[in-house]
Design a protein around this ligand. Structure first.
Ligand SMILES: Cc1ncc(COP(=O)(O)O)c(C=O)c1O
Length: 364
């Protein structure tokens, strides 16, 4: 994990945003990169706003980046967690009238005033007050005792300006239309945020006061030609060759012999499997880097091991480095390549790397 690259990405994003700030989305263990280390590193680099999914994650961010101005909990925090949120200056979103009343009662009982952001559902169909039907209820949150509404936000379901230009713009319009009622109830302009990485790249007009930046921070999601900023992958995933054996043609590899060597070759058994987050879909599809070259992953992915066909006279030996995601000898394999083989997205590959895999950091 290259923290220098992470901070470089943060700086590139921040520079491109102009007036808007960045809210670093570091939920799911900072997309698999390590919550505390990422929060601390970004915090030292001057990032002061963070978003996570759960209160426990937010509390860890408060410890790692004590000076953070905002630690936002994007999930619907429980009323039982209000004392902790008050104590540790954590800011939940309010997602419904019932949720608002429950947080309000808990804050009053705790004798505190809890800063919150109101979450609007403008078309994602997930958390939040449905707009415009529940905009008035969202405004009512501003009048609840024990709560102080400081922000208002929504989340895009799709950002496809070429194919479906109306979708995101319709959501943005619903958001803009909801603001006057909510801000009138709050008695002031609120901190507004709507976009995440893709919208930041493709719909700069939606920036608002801050952009919730997740995947771009880690170096993915910015493949478009007209991108507004460029970021580089932060994480590499490495393993070791456990055994190399020279085998004849027709040699069966792995469970159910789904691969048979077409010719005499060297086979590597590599320490890594689906328990580590290396998905079974990668069997007979994925590639790894060994000895500075791409090598096919052959046979099925086992719980703890995979095999790679190295070709004859490979010169590879037990103990050699294997790159599952990253760079070696000028070759590169990034998480989006694995994602394509698995029919998924880089987010799932990154967050799926098991916590039991040791994280090492460079670029302090
Ligand atoms: C509410 C919310 N905001 C922002 C983000 C960050 O999105 P991205 O990683 O695409 O930037 C997410 C990601 O899941 C999210 O759920």
């Amino acid at each position: 994990m290259d923290l220098g690259r992470l901070r470089g990405n943060a700086a590139a994003i921040q520079a491109s945003l102009g007036g808007a700030g960045m809210l670093a989305v570091i939920k799911s263990d900072a997309y698999g990169h390590g919550l505390e280390t990422v929060a601390a590193s970004l915090g030292r680099a001057g990032v002061s706003r963070f978003a996570v999914a759960y209160v426990a994650e937010a509390a860890a961010v408060r410890v790692a980046a004590p000076a953070a101005e905002l630690v936002l909990v994007l999930g619907a925090a429980c009323p039982a967690e209000v004392p902790r949120m008050l104590r540790e200056r954590l800011t939940p979103v309010v997602v419904s009238a019932e949720h608002g009343r429950a947080l309000s009662a808990a804050a009053v009982a705790a004798g505190g005033r809890l800063g919150v952001h109101v979450k609007l559902d403008t078309g994602m169909g997930r958390l939040g007050f449905v707009c415009p039907a529940e905009t008035a209820q969202a405004a009512e949150v501003c009048r609840l005792p024990g709560l102080e509404v400081r922000g208002v936000c929504t989340h895009f379901a799709m950002v496809e300006p070429e194919k479906k230009p109306a979708a995101a713009r319709g959501q943005a319009e619903k958001f803009r239309q909801a603001l006057p009622l909510i801000e009138a109830a709050a008695g002031r302009r609120l901190f507004r945020h709507m976009s995440s990485s893709r919208a930041a790249l493709l719909l700069p007009e939606c920036d608002q006061d801050a952009v919730r930046m997740g995947i771009s921070l880690y170096g993915y999601g910015a493949a478009e030609q007209d991108k507004r900023f460029a970021t580089v992958p932060v994480l590499q995933w490495k393993s070791r060759v456990m055994q190399v054996k020279t085998v004849p043609a027709g040699f069966a590899v792995g469970y159910y012999a789904s691969y048979k060597t077409p010719a005499p070759t060297d086979l590597a058994t590599i320490s890594c499997g689906y328990t580590d987050g290396y998905q079974r879909h990668l069997g007979n599809k994925g590639q790894v880097l060994v000895g500075g070259k791409r090598r096919p992953v052959v046979g099925r992915v086992s719980m703890n091991w995979i095999s790679a066909d190295l070709g004859p006279d490979s010169g590879v030996k037990a103990g050699d480095e294997v790159v599952l995601i990253g760079e070696q000898g000028g070759e590169r394999i990034w998480a989006d390549e694995l994602a394509k083989h698995c029919g998924t997205i880089a987010y799932e590959i990154l967050t799926g790397i098991s916590r039991q895999i040791e994280r090492r950091y460079v670029g302090g």
